[in-house]
Design a protein around this ligand. Structure first.
Ligand SMILES: NC(=O)c1ccc[n+]([C@@H]2O[C@H](COP(=O)([O-])OP(=O)(O)OC[C@H]3O[C@@H](n4cnc5c(N)ncnc54)[C@H](O)[C@@H]3O)[C@@H](O)[C@H]2O)c1
Length: 203
């Protein structure tokens, strides 16, 4: 079977009812990950995501459920630690978090958002360091302005690639980073922003 996951693996996508999370769930299905669990507080949106996957990728099994888990990464690590390295693969499991270029490409009145996204980056690095010996990879993707943002249009002309990102741009990077193709990458931040951060340096 073609695709990054070749019909193997199970993916959990949080925030999958809309925007980038929905695109990630569809991208996993497109790359032949045949078991996908999707969670969100928005159950109507989750139903929509499940329908989209079912119509495009009928061979994929989708598990849905309202998800309110705080400290989600703790729950993920606890589960992955129970798993062996799958046959033919190099890692026990992989986590990709979503941060933002906003923690270093500064904007007015963004201190709370920037602090939260800086925290995501710190958790990513700490858990990559702590769980590397368990063969678990933890990385993050720093997104630039994506079309789901209310003020996306303002930023297109300030971006070297002269457009804002689409949810699919972000999803493709996340799915690749979580796949066996990235098996020696951990603790890193992949910036997906059309070059926007070059104005102020990478996150
Ligand atoms: N859109 C951008 O320009 C941009 C830029 C930088 C970073 N990001 C980050 O990318 C991620 C996705 O952004 P988006 O634009 O797709 O957002 P979005 O608002 O379109 O989708 C977010 C989804 O998360 C769900 N959600 C919110 N709180 C939740 C909770 N406590 N538990 C479960 N689900 C919850 C929402 O219901 C929604 O379906 C976020 O982490 C965001 O901070 C986005």
């Amino acid at each position: 079977m073609a695709g990054l996951f070749k019909g193997g693996g199970t993916a959990l996508v949080t925030g999958a009812a809309a925007g980038i999370g929905q695109a990630i769930a569809l991208a996993f299905a497109a790359e032949s990950c045949l078991q996908i669990a999707i969670g969100d507080v928005n159950t109507d949106g989750l139903d929509k995501t499940q329908q989209l996957i079912a119509s495009e990728f009928p061979n994929v099994t989708v598990y849905t459920g309202r998800l309110d888990v705080f400290l989600c990464e703790r729950a993920q690590l606890t589960q992955i630690l129970k798993q062996d390295v799958p046959p033919g693969l190099k890692n026990r499991g992989s986590i990709v978090n979503v941060t933002s270029v906003c923690q270093t490409v500064l904007r007015n009145n963004y201190s709370a958002f920037a602090a939260s996204k800086g925290g995501v980056l710190a958790i990513t690095k700490c858990d990559a360091y702590d769980y590397g010996p368990d063969n678990i990879r933890v990385n993050c993707v720093a997104t630039g302005i994506t079309s789901t943002a209310d003020d996306a249009g303002v930023f297109a002309e300030k971006t070297p690639l002269r457009r804002t990102g689409t949810p699919n741009d972000i999803a493709d990077a996340i799915v690749w980073l979580s796949s066996p193709k990235a098996s020696f990458i951990t603790g890193t931040t992949l910036t997906v922003d059309g070059g926007y951060n070059l104005r102020n340096g990478p996150p």
